[in-house]
Design a protein around this ligand. Structure first.
Ligand code: PLP
Length: 463
C-alpha cells in the first residue's frame, strides 16, 4: 500500500460516515497523519485512537462461508423489493449472524444486503436490526433462552416469532406473552474446547428435554427445532459431531411427543483459522445424522467469524514511564520483567474489554515511530508492558510484550483482529470516549460491498 492517504470516498447512507476506498493500511496511516495535523493545530483530543473497518473483509468471509457450507440451504427470506435489486441474496446461504458480536451500523447493513438473518439477544438488538429497514422479522431469531416477559411480548408484537428456550419457566412465560412463537430448544453440548464456554449458563441437558417438550406440548406451544452453541472461539471443531448427534437425538424425542421439527441451528463458535475444518466436520455430521434433509432448514449463528479480522485499531502512546521496581539485595541484575510501561488511549474499559470478557491475548505492533511508518527490522527491542488510559490498574492491555526500545510518547501502536466482542461492550469509564471508526471497502470484494449497500439504499431501506 502507498503511504498516501486517500480522500476518495462514497457516502451511501447520508446518516452514516462515508466509506473510503483503499487498503486498510492506507487508512491507518491516513488516520495517523490526520491526527498529527490536528495535534499541530492544537485541536483537543487530536491523538484519539481509531478503528479502521474493512467491509470487504466481511464480504470475503461471506464468500468463504458459501464455499465451505454449500449444503446449507439458500436463504430467500428477504422482501421481494430487495431481492430484485440485490442478486447476491438469491444465492446467499441461510445464516443468522450474531448481532452481539459487533452491531456496527455498516456491518448490519452489509449483512442484511447479503441476505443474512440475525441472531438477537435482546429487544434492543431486535430494534437495531429492524431499524435498518426492509428486514423481514422472520429473518430474526431471538436466541436468548432466558428472556424477560416484556421482551418476549415486544418481540411477538414486532413479528419476531422464532425464539429459543432451555427451561420450563421460559415455556410458561412464552405461553403468556407470545403463544404462537416458533420455539427452538437449546441443548447442552460439549463446550470444553472453546475460549468462552456457555454451558454453565445455557442449554438443556438431554435428560431434561423429554420433560420440557412434554410441557411445551401441554401448553399448546409450537416447538420447531433444536439449537446448540459449542462455545465461542471453538479450537477443536470435532465437537460439532457430538453436538449434531445430540441434536438428532432431540429430533427423535420431539417425534415421540408429537412434534415434527424442521429447524436445526448449529450456533456459532467458528474460528477464522479453523473455519474450513469446522465446515467439513459439520457437513459430514449432518450427512450422517440427517440424511433426509428434504424438510429440514439448517441455520447457523456465526459472529466472530464474520467480523474479527475486519477491524484494526490504532492507538496513540500518551505516556511512558519506568516500572516501579523495589530494588533490594536479591533483585537480579538481568530481569525478565518489562523495563518500560507504555500508556495508550484505549484500554480494557474500551475496545480491549475483549481481554476480560473474551479471553483475548493482545499483540501490539508499531504503526508509526518518530513520525515514520517504516520501522527497520534491526531496531533494538525491549520487554515492555502496555496499559490503557484509565486510573484503574486492571486496565492492562499487554503485561509483557516486545517493542522497539526507541518508542516514545506520540508514537502509534496497531492491533489486528479487533472486530469481534470489542466496540460492542466498550464503556466510557473515566470519561474516555469510544474510539471512532473509519470505514473502507478495502481490497477484493469492495465493488460487491458497494453494490450490495447501494441496493439497500436504493430500496429506501437502511437510511
Ligand atoms: N449465538 C449465541 C446464542 C451466542 O450467545 C453467541 C455468542 O455469544 C453467538 C451465537 C456467536 O458466537 P460466535 O461469535 O462464537 O460465532
Amino acid at each position: 500500500p502507498s503511504d498516501q492517504p486517500t480522500d476518495e470516498s462514497v457516502r451511501i447512507f447520508p446518516s452514516l460516515p462515508p466509506i473510503h476506498y483503499g487498503h486498510p493500511e492506507i487508512h491507518l496511516r491516513a488516520g495517523i497523519m490526520r491526527a498529527s495535523r490536528l495535534a499541530e493545530a492544537q485541536e483537543p483530543n487530536a491523538e484519539k485512537a481509531f478503528f479502521v473497518a474493512d467491509l470487504s473483509q466481511v464480504y470475503r468471509q461471506h464468500m468463504r462461508w458459501k464455499a465451505s457450507l454449500p449444503e446449507i440451504q439458500p436463504f430467500y427470506g428477504a422482501p421481494p423489493d430487495l431481492r430484485k435489486q440485490i442478486q447476491v441474496i438469491l444465492i446467499a446461504p441461510l445464516f443468522f449472524t450474531a448481532v452481539k458480536c459487533n452491531p456496527d451500523p455498516y456491518i448490519l447493513r452489509l449483512l442484511a444486503s447479503l441476505g443474512a438473518g440475525f441472531d438477537c439477544a435482546s429487544n434492543g438488538e431486535i430494534s437495531q436490526v429492524l431499524g435498518v429497514g426492509g428486514i423481514d422479522p422472520a429473518r430474526i431469531i431471538f436466541a436468548n433462552p432466558c428472556k424477560a416477559v416484556s421482551f418476549i411480548r415486544s418481540a411477538g408484537k414486532a413479528g419476531v416469532d422464532t425464539m429459543t428456550f432451555d427451561n420450563a419457566d421460559e415455556l410458561y412465560k412464552i405461553a403468556r406473552a407470545h403463544s404462537s412463537a416458533k420455539l427452538v430448544v437449546r441443548i447442552l453440548t460439549d463446550d470444553s474446547k472453546s475460549l468462552c464456554a456457555f454451558g454453565i449458563k445455557f442449554g438443556a441437558p438431554l435428560h431434561t428435554v423429554p420433560g420440557l417438550l412434554g410441557k411445551a406440548r401441554e401448553l399448546g406451544l409450537n416447538v420447531v427445532g433444536v439449537s446448540f452453541h459449542v462455545g465461542s472461539g471453538c479450537y477443536d471443531p470435532s465437537v460439532y459431531t457430538d453436538a449434531i448427534a445430540r441434536a438428532r437425538a432431540v429430533f427423535d424425542m420431539g417425534r415421540e411427543v408429537g412434534y415434527t421439527f424442521n429447524l436445526l441451528d448449529v450456533g456459532g463458535g467458528f474460528e477464522d483459522a479453523l473455519f474450513e475444518q469446522a465446515a467439513a466436520v459439520i457437513t459430514k455430521a449432518i450427512d450422517q445424522y440427517f440424511p433426509d434433509r428434504s424438510a429440514l432448514k439448517i441455520i447457523a449463528e456465526p459472529g466472530r467469524f464474520y467480523v474479527s479480522k475486519a477491524f484494526k485499531l490504532a492507538a496513540n502512546i500518551i505516556a511512558r514511564r519506568a516500572p516501579l521496581v523495589e530494588v533490594s539485595a536479591t533483585t537480579p541484575e538481568v530481569s525478565d520483567e518489562p523495563s518500560v510501561m507504555y500508556y495508550i488511549n484505549d484500554g480494557v474499559y474500551g475496545a480491549f474489554n475483549c481481554i476480560l470478557f473474551d479471553h483475548q491475548v493482545i499483540h501490539p505492533y508499531v504503526l508509526s515511530m518518530d513520525g515514520s511508518f517504516h520501522v527497520p527490522a534491526s531496531v533494538p527491542q525491549k520487554l515492555s508492558s502496555v496499559w490503557g488510559p484509565t486510573c484503574d490498574s486492571i486496565d492492562c492491555v499487554s503485561p509483557k510484550t516486545t517493542l522497539p526500545s526507541a518508542l516514545q510518547v506520540g508514537d502509534w501502536l496497531g492491533f489486528d483482529n479487533m472486530g469481534a466482542y470489542t466496540v460492542c461492550a466498550a464503556s466510557q469509564f473515566n470519561g474516555f470516549e469510544l474510539s471512532n471508526v473509519i470505514y473502507t471497502m478495502g481490497g477484493a470484494g469492495g465493488l460487491e460491498v458497494q453494490k450490495a449497500l447501494a441496493g439497500l439504499a436504493a430500496s429506501g431501506h437502511g437510511l
